[in-house]
Design a protein around this ligand. Structure first.
Ligand code: GDP
Length: 506
C-alpha cells in the first residue's frame, strides 16, 4: 500500500494553522527551528513586489507544498491561504488532497471560515481529523466543543484524547489509545516528550473522562474515511501537546492516495499510466526568472524526470525536464514521484488550472470547479493605448485562477469577477508590477455570473433577448451576467432548456 499521505489543514485565521504546520514539520525533521516557517516565508515574500499586499494585510496569499517523512511515511502537506477574502485558491487546493486536519480554537469553536472549508471537504467526501487547539488557555467545556462539531457539521465525533483542565489549571492531555498523559514540563510548560501513566487526574475530570469513554462510539475507520465521522484530538500546537498523536493519526488512519474521477471513469492510483491534474498555477515565484509553476497532483503511475506528458489543453506532449518537489519550501529537483505527490512544473503559460497531464492524452479529470464570482468589476485603463497588454494580463491572471475574466458580447469593457475583495487588490497590484498596466476598477451593473449550458438553438434563443447580459469567459464559454440573484432565478424559470451553473467544472 502507498506510504503517501496528502493532506491540508483547514481553519479560521488565528486558530493556529501556522504554528501547527511548524510543529508537524519539526516532527518530520523538515525544519529545525520553530518559527522558521514564518521567518522564511517573510524573507521569501519580501523579494516580490506584488506580495506587498501579504505583508500589509499580514496574510498569506501564496500557497505551498511541504513534504516531510516520518516512520517510513511521506507526508505532503498542502498549505491553503486561510483568509476569508481569498478562498477560491483554497477550494481548489482541497481538490488535490486525500484528507484534511480541521484546527479549531478551544475557546472559539467552529468559526465561519472553518465551516465554509468543511463544506468543500464534504462535497468531495474528504475525511477530516479534528484538532482542538490552545487547550493551554481557557476554553469552552470539552463536551460543548464536541457537541458543536457534531451539530454544526453533522458528523459523528469520537474523542481520541482529553485535556486535563485548561488555562490556569491545565495539567496535560490524556491519550486514550495509550492511556498515558503528556504533561507540561519545565519553565516553558511545553510537552517535551515524556509520557507518564494516567494517574493523579482530578476527580471532576476523571468523571468527565469516564462519561466520555462510555458515551461516545468507538473510532470507526470506515466511517471516518467515508467522511461521516471525525476523530477529535485535543492539544496545544504552541506547547507541543497532541502533535505526535495527530501525525500518528494521519499515518495510521488517513487514506492513502484516492482514486480520482475522470470523464473516462475512475482512475486508480495503481494504474500504470502516469496521470495527474493541475490544481494551481503560480507566477513569478522567482522574480528573476518570471517563471510560472504549475502544481500537479500525481494521480497514477510513477513519474520520472524527463518523461513526456501531454497537457490536455495543449494536445501535444512536452518533456518535463525540471520538475520540482517542495521540501519545506526549499526547491528540490525531483527524480521520481508517486501518486499523491505534488510536482511543480515550470512553464511559460502552457499549463492551466484544471488541465490533465497524461502519457496517452486519453484521460480528462473532472471536478475542479470554478466558482461563480460574488464581486464583478469593470476594468478601466488609465492609458487607453495599453489594451493589448491588459488583455494579455487578464488572460494570464485568469488562467492562474487569480481572477475570472468575462468579455461581454457588446461593448469593449471587460469584466473581472472574484469571490473575495482581496483578489481585486492582487489584480491591480500585479497589473502594475508585472504588466506595467495602470488600471482602475469600476462598479459593474452586474452582481453575479452563471455559466450557460444548452443546445445551440436554446443558447441562440436566449441571446436574442439578452445579448447585453452575455459574455464569454477565457475559454470562450457563454456566461450570463446577472443583475441580481433574482435575475438568475427569473431567467432560469423563463429558460428551462438552459442550465445556469454557479460552478464550472473543467
Ligand atoms: P493561523 O492564523 O491559524 O496560522 O494562526 P497562528 O499559528 O499564526 O496562531 C495565531 C496566534 O495564536 C499566534 O499568536 C500563536 O502564537 C497563537 N497560538 C497558536 N497555537 C497556540 C496554542 O496552542 N496555545 C496558545 N496559547 N496560543 C497559540
Amino acid at each position: 500500500m502507498s506510504n503517501r499521505r496528502t493532506f491540508a489543514i483547514i481553519s479560521h485565521p488565528d486558530a493556529g494553522k501556522t504554528t501547527l504546520t511548524e510543529k508537524l514539520l519539526l516532527q518530520g525533521g523538515a525544519i529545525h527551528l520553530a518559527g522558521e516557517v514564518k521567518a522564511r516565508g517573510q524573507a521569501r515574500r519580501a523579494r516580490s513586489d506584488w506580495m506587498k499586499i501579504e505583508q500589509q494585510r499580514g496574510i498569506s496569499v501564496t500557497s505551498s507544498v511541504m513534504t516531510f517523512e516520518k516512520d517510513g511515511i511521506t507526508f505532503n502537506l498542502l498549505d491553503t491561504p486561510g483568509h476569508e477574502d481569498f478562498s477560491e485558491d483554497t477550494y481548489r487546493t482541497l481538490t488535490a488532497v486525500d484528507s484534511a486536519i480541521m484546527v479549531i480554537d478551544a475557546a472559539k469553536g467552529i468559526e465561519p471560515q472553518t465551516r465554509k472549508l468543511f463544506e468543500v471537504c464534504r462535497m468531495r467526501s474528504v475525511p477530516i481529523i479534528t484538532f482542538v487547539n490552545k487547550v493551554d488557555r481557557e476554553g469552552r467545556s470539552v463536551f460543548e466543543t464536541l457537541d458543536e462539531v457534531a451539530d454544526a457539521l453533522a458528523l459523528d465525533v469520537v474523542p481520541m484524547s482529553w485535556p486535563i483542565g485548561m488555562g490556569g489549571v491545565f495539567q496535560g492531555v490524556l491519550d486514550f489509545a495509550t492511556d498515558t498523559i503528556s504533561r507540561p514540563e519545565g519553565d516553558s510548560r511545553e510537552f517535551l516528550g515524556t509520557r507518564t501513566p494516567a494517574e493523579g487526574i482530578p476527580d471532576d475530570i476523571a468523571e468527565e473522562i469516564e462519561l466520555a469513554r462510555g458515551g461516545y462510539p468507538d473510532f470507526d475507520l470506515e466511517a471516518y474515511r467515508h467522511g461521516d465521522l471525525t476523530p477529535v484530538y485535543f492539544g496545544s500546537a504552541l506547547k507541543n501537546f497532541g502533535v505526535t498523536e495527530l501525525i500518528d493519526a494521519i499515518a495510521k488512519y488517513a487514506p492513502p492516495p484516492r482514486p480520482q474521477p475522470s470523464e473516462q471513469g475512475t482512475i486508480l492510483p495503481e494504474a500504470k499510466e502516469v496521470t495527474g491534474f493541475v490544481f494551481k498555477v503560480q507566477a513569478n515565484m522567482d522574480p528573476q526568472h518570471r517563471d510560472r509553476i504549475a502544481f500537479m497532483r500525481l494521480v497514477s503511475g510513477t513519474f520520472k524526470r524527463g518523461m513526456k506528458l501531454t497537457p490536455s489543453a495543449l494536445g501535444k506532449p512536452v518533456a518535463i525536464h525540471s520538475p520540482i518537489l517542495f521540501f519545506a519550501q526549499d526547491r528540490e529537483i525531483a527524480d521520481t514521484a508517486e501518486p499523491g505527490d505534488i510536482i511543480g512544473i515550470p512553464n511559460h503559460g502552457t499549463l492551466r488550472v484544471g488541465d490533465t497531464l497524461s502519457e496517452t492524452n486519453k484521460v480528462r479529470f473532472t471536478g475542479l470547479p470554478n466558482f461563480a464570482p460574488e464581486i464583478l468589476r469593470r476594468v478601466v485603463l488609465k492609458d487607453p493605448t495599453k489594451t493589448k497588454q491588459l488583455r494579455k494580463a487578464l488572460d494570464d491572471l485568469s488562467e492562474e485562477g487569480v481572477i475570472q475574466v468575462f468579455y461581454p458580447e457588446l461593448g469593449g469593457q471587460w469584466i473581472v469577477g472574484v469571490v473575495g475583495q482581496l483578489q481585486l487588490d492582487v489584480l491591480i497590484s500585479r497589473l502594475e508590477a508585472e504588466y506595467k498596466v495602470e488600471a482602475m476598477l469600476e462598479a459593474a451593473p452586474f452582481d453575479t455570473a452563471r455559466w450557460l449550458k444548452g443546445s445551440d438553438a436554446a443558447l441562440k434563443g436566449f441571446a436574442d433577448f439578452n445579448v447585453a447580459n452575455l459574455a464569454k469567459d477565457r475559454d470562450g464559454d457563454p456566461v450570463f451576467l446577472a443583475r441580481s440573484a433574482w435575475d438568475v432565478s427569473y431567467q432560469q424559470e423563463k429558460n428551462p432548456d438552459l442550465v445556469f451553473s454557479a460552478t464550472k467544472e473543467r
